[in-house]
Design a protein around this ligand. Structure first.
Ligand SMILES: N[C@@H](CCC(=O)N[C@@H](CS)C(=O)NCC(=O)O)C(=O)O
Length: 194
């Protein structure tokens, strides 16, 4: 498997999952501005979408879209999924919430929004995070071990720290717990974020 990622990007969630799984995998960073990969290839030739994450499977298939990539990884590494009859549904529900309600709300911070747009986004993100903080079922979203949804949430709490967005104390604690895990620390180091 090969993960195309960019430091600071949402691809960090999949990067953490692969590192946590403890399996061999390849990774290559992408310059999202020039769309060139670290080895000098045109990333648009990998995916016309031109954004990360993109996961090349061993059979040559390419999986894009963070929700799909993370759902795929939870499928092959069930320790990062959610148990129970509705487990996969609950996982996708959480991934979609993090993607569409939280991740996307950071747009003004990444794309030169006005101070007013940033203030509105900041309040929205904190409120949306509050909902998740109230739903924790243990140390993590679904219990005492992390799922891929926690890895995605970690990316957004990392961004919140960078941009000065308030994070509920419970989610900040979750962030610190994840950051203390050797695989997460190794991934942050690999992406130059340590
Ligand atoms: N719909 C995509 C969006 C992914 C996305 O927003 N990727 C950002 C980094 S977090 C990116 O690569 N942006 C570069 C670009 O769009 O040109 C998904 O959910 O995976």
């Amino acid at each position: 498997m090969k993960l195309y990622y960019c430091p600071w990007a949402c691809s960090l969630a999949a990067h953490i999952a692969l590192q946590e799984a403890g399996v061999p995998f390849e990774s290559e960073s992408v310059d999202l501005r020039t769309k060139m990969t670290a080895s000098g290839k045109d990333f648009n030739g990998v995916t016309r979408k031109g954004y990360v994450p993109a996961l090349r499977l061993d059979d040559g298939e390419l999986v894009t879209e963070n929700i799909a990539v993370l759902d795929y990884l939870a499928g092959i590494y069930p320790q990062f999924g959610v148990e129970g009859a509705l487990g996969r549904t609950r996982l996708i529900e959480a991934l979609a919430y993090i993607s569409t309600e939280i991740h996307k709300s950071f747009k003004p911070f990444w794309h030169q929004g006005t101070a007013e747009q940033k203030a509105v986004a900041s309040a929205y993100i904190t409120a949306r995070m509050r909902y998740l903080a109230d739903m924790l079922r243990g140390d993590y979203l679904f219990g005492d071990t992390p799922s891929v949804a926690d890895f995605y949430l970690f990316v957004t709490t990392l961004w919140a720290g960078r941009f000065g967005v308030d994070v509920p104390a419970e989610l900040q604690a979750l962030h610190e717990r994840l950051k203390a895990r050797p695989a997460v620390a190794a991934t942050l180091k690999a992406e130059g974020l340590a």
